[in-house]
Design a binder for this molecule. Sequence first.
Ligand SMILES: [Zn+2]
Length: 42
Amino acid sequence: MIPVLEFFANLPKKKCRQCKSDMQEQADCYINICSTCDHPAR
Ligand SMILES: [Zn+2]
């Protein structure tokens, strides 16, 4: 069982998994999709 904080510590930088652009701070840490790409998905 991997702690969440450790998981994110291993991530170099958050990027949107769709548009590959760098993401700023986002509340939904475990969702690596920017608000732009996430919007049409909902
Ligand atoms: Zn995106």
